[in-house]
Design a protein around this ligand. Sequence first.
Ligand code: C5P
Length: 224
Amino acid sequence: MSNINNSAPVVTIDGPGGAGKGTVAAAIAAAKCWHLLDSGALYRIIAVSGEAADIALDDTNSLVALCERLQIVFAAERVQVDGQDLTEAIRTEEAGSSASKVAALPPVREAILTLQKGFRRAPGLVADGRDMGTVVFPDAPVKIFLDASAQARAERRYNQLKNKGLSVNLRALLEQIQERDARDRERAVAPLKPAQDALIIDSTQMTIEEVVAAVMTQLASKVG
Ligand code: C5P
């Protein structure tokens, strides 16, 4: 991308699934009128598009080729991939689980790295994921690691799905979350962990508004 701006400030928000990263990142980006990168969506897109093309989730070469050829457009809170709307398809628990499998393949991460760096543009970027502060934007002036207990994350997800009218099982959700956490934390490349200079926020007992306020305070003190 021609207008990449390596000096644009970045706020990175990393942490396990269900900690509220996406909601917090969107609120900060809206408040500052900055760009937003939902890096997990990229891994979900590769997994879902790979499965649709009958590519096995460990077929590294085909998955890398897919990363290089897919036309991905984020606009108006929707995601279009090669002209097809995948907004809902990438949000299922299965898509999240498949994403964490392709995310464990180093060449896939390398291919997605280039895409991610292209999101850094003036006036600034809010990026959420697992390795935003450790690998993708290590020079970001503000790094947050947003955590919450697995139980709290499963309960939040349970309530979200129930509100959508879906029938869900809390215990199964908790197991899926713990399995995905283990895969993300234990993988050899870019494992989920706080950057050394990250502010760690445990949102287990906090509202989204409180987390957003804490991140805005950190941003004001580091970037202005
Ligand atoms: O954040 P989200 O649940 O959408 O991410 C889906 C999966 O993508 C994660 O479980 C993780 O394996 C992978 N991921 C990653 N690095 C990122 C973002 C997501 O490995 N920066």
